[in-house]
Design a protein around this ligand. Structure first.
Ligand code: FDA
Length: 303
């Protein structure tokens, strides 16, 4: 089921058909709305409960320069709107949305426009990490950008399911990067990624521990409560300050657990996607937990 859903997540014809069915698919569980106002409304509620946000204007794998330019404009508008709202929030972006597959230099120019604005406003921007085929390009671009903008303005996400991530973390260490650690959401071959979940989980813990011991900032992005407890113990044992890390979860998943972490005095942030292009994101959320498909089917019968 996971493989089928992830395969479907990249199918454009399927995307067109399924997008028409949005209201019937329970998309609101994972995506609060299509407008930035919908996201900001939710952020204000979350901020009032001690939870910060990172906002993603949905979209990925664009196929024309015009689409990438429109996505860049939208990212700039999102940044400005977040700033104007005065909320505790920053921006997350995907490089394929800014044209990475079309032309790397063009994508870099788009990203630099976003980072110039972010620096001006004093906001942070994180690059989401996409599939393995784009991994190396993303890392090289990140290396160039962090040299110019610094770790206060730009951060990256890294995936514990990839064998290469441990080496990448060492390679990036010189920049004292702010890294979001995730397990990884794409369908990858066992030539490049651990096929066994146990290894992905162990690598996750190892990577975060190494990063924290190096004194760099970590966004611990997982809904895995066992991993969270393990890392909390590690953090206590090593006297890691609470200002050096935060917990992150996706909008609509394990919200109570994130709230509990915030109540315990940990920094906590929710990843909020908004926009019309929700298909790929939504399908990856279903793939992570195929029970979600049953949940949606059952909700149809309750209508
Ligand atoms: P795991 O999959 O083991 O799940 C642990 C438990 O959480 C499950 O047993 C279930 O109870 C619950 N859960 C997890 N997913 C669920 C779902 N979809 N619906 C309902 N319950 C669910 N990936 C990527 O490749 N690049 C990226 O940039 C990002 N960015 C990102 C940001 C943030 C803030 C988060 C939390 C995650 C990402 N991800 C990501 C996604 C990540 O790679 C991974 O696919 C999911 O977080 C699921 O993995 P967990 O770590 O939660 O563990």
């Amino acid at each position: 089921m996971r493989k089928t859903l992830l395969g479907m997540s990249k199918n454009q014809t399927m995307a067109r058909v399924v997008k028409r069915l949005g209201p019937f698919l329970g998309t609101r569980r994972f995506v609060p709305g299509e407008r930035i106002e919908d996201a900001i409304y939710r952020i204000k509620e979350l901020n009032a409960q001690g939870i910060m946000a990172t906002v993603d204007h949905l979209g990925e794998f664009v196929t024309s320069h015009a689409e990438a330019e429109a996505a860049t404009e939208q990212a700039l508008l999102t940044l400005k709107a977040l700033h104007a709202s005065g909320t505790e929030s920053y921006l997350s972006v995907k490089l394929t949305q800014l044209g990475l597959d079309l032309d790397e230099r063009f994508c870099e120019q788009n990203m630099r426009r976003i980072l110039d604005e972010a620096r001006k406003l004093g906001r942070f921007v994180r690059i989401d990490i996409e599939d393995y085929a784009r991994n190396e390009k993303t890392l090289s671009l990140f290396e160039r950008l962090i040299q110019d903008y610094g770790h206060e303005t730009i951060g990256l996400a890294l995936q514990s399911y990839l064998y290469k991530t441990e080496g990448d973390l060492k390679r990036l260490s010189v920049f004292r990067p702010n890294i979001r650690f995730v397990k990884g959401a794409y369908q990858e071959s066992k030539d490049v990624a651990f096929p066994d979940k146990k290894d992905v989980d162990q690598n996750y813990i190892r990577l975060v521990e190494q990063h924290l011991l190096s004194g760099h900032y970590a966004a611990i992005a997982t809904h895995d409560l066992a991993i969270i407890e393990t890392l909390k113990r590690f953090i206590d044992q090593h006297g890691i300050p609470r200002t050096q890390f935060e917990f992150q979860m996706l909008y609509g998943i394990r919200s109570q657990s994130l709230l509990e972490l915030a109540r315990q005095g940990y920094r906590a942030r929710v990843y909020i996607p908004y926009g019309e292009d929700w298909y790929g994101y939504y399908m990856r959320r279903l793939a992570e937990r195929p029970e979600n498909v049953m949940f949606i089917v059952k909700s149809w019968f309750k209508r």
